[in-house]
Design a protein around this ligand. Structure first.
Ligand SMILES: [Ca+2]
Length: 333
């Protein structure tokens, strides 16, 4: 995501009003999907096979989210794949290479180099029907085809949809074996309006169309509108993590050293950061921390129901992150 705040979206929407608006959406959706609700049923005990695909070098929230995923006992992480982020202001030529480099550093500091981490495509799809082959796409295909009968491979996409869309185009046999979880787009629950003016969407609009327009592909969406309320404060991060070694100091250093043109303009002090991508991982790991409804796919895409997280419990997601990292630093997973 390119901005620390999202002025284009009504962040000041009163909570009471928002929940009231939400009620109209949830009546049919939650009953139909059971994807999860605030204060709802506990997460299933069975470990979830998951590949996390991330444009890790674009912002710092990807690394926090990847760390959270690797710490989750309910996840069986089948791969960490890297993605491009070419539309960021003054982006370098090899954006996927930088994401890949950070993925490898994170796995090393977490002693998880055993997790497969193939590189993705450095270029977006040039059309919704032409894949961009990559080791990441091939890995997703292999892991999806390996999925036991009756189960699905979760692919959590924290950047553009390039790698999964390419996998689906290269091997359509994976479609019934994959559960796509994407963070992107914007949705206003009050107006029931969609917006594609969002960083992950813009980094590969063709790839998102490929996935949304694929009949039979299970699709879960965490909107940027919902995830933007998950904000971390640097002072809090320093107090909890600084000087504790390993992944803790890796994340602190990442925040300290982040220096990009857009951020110097929008948030020069870096005092807070929207942890967009943690919201998606937390919602998958603990469905009770977010509210999902069933909506039609956005206008212009195949008319079919998709599951959309329209609200998150940001306070509990923050606490969940700190609990997970404390468990990790104490020697547990
Ligand atoms: Ca991201």
């Amino acid at each position: 995501m390119p901005t620390l705040a999202s002025p284009a979206y009504p962040t000041a929407l009163g909570r009471r009003r928002f929940l009231k608006n939400l009620a109209g959406l949830t009546a049919a959706g939650l009953a139909a999907r059971g994807t999860g609700s605030l204060g709802g049923a506990p997460a299933p005990e069975k470990r979830l096979r998951i590949v996390v695909d991330a444009d890790t070098a674009n912002e710092i929230d990807d690394a926090f989210a990847l760390a959270r995923a690797l710490m989750e006992p309910r996840f069986q992480v089948e791969g960490i794949t890297s993605a491009q982020w070419h539309t960021q202001e003054e982006s370098p030529r090899d954006t996927v290479g930088l994401s890949q480099q950070l993925n490898e550093e994170l796995l090393r500091v977490m002693n998880r180099a055993d997790v497969p981490h193939p590189i993705g495509s450095n270029h977006p799809l040039v059309s919704a029907v032409k894949p961009q082959p990559s080791p990441a796409a091939q890995h997703i295909i292999r892991k999806a085809l390996d999925t036991p009968a009756g189960e699905k491979l979760i692919v959590a996409i924290l950047g553009p949809c390039t790698n999964l869309a390419s996998a689906v185009l290269l091997e359509p046999a994976i479609i019934p074996k994959v559960s796509c979880h994407f963070i992107g787009l914007r949705h206003d629950p009050k107006q029931r309006l969609w917006s594609r003016d969002e960083f992950n969407t813009n980094n590969d609009p063709n790839a998102l169309d490929t996935l949304l327009n694929t009949p039979g592909l299970e699709f879960h969406l965490m909107t940027a509108s919902a995830s933007q309320s998950l904000v971390f404060e640097k002072a809090d991060v320093d107090r909890r993590l600084k000087g504790r070694g390993g992944v803790a100091d890796f994340l602190v250093r990442l925040w300290d050293n982040y220096d990009r043109a857009w951020q110097r303009r929008v948030a020069p002090t870096k005092a807070t950061w929207v942890m967009w991508d943690i919201a998606l991982i937390a919602a998958i790991a603990r469905p009770e921390l977010a509210n999902a409804v069933t909506l039609d796919a956005p206008p212009g895409n195949l008319k079919r129901p998709i599951s959309v997280w329209v609200e998150i419990d940001a306070n509990r997601m923050r606490e969940d992150f700190w609990t997970a990292i404390e468990r990790c630093l104490a020697g547990g997973r």
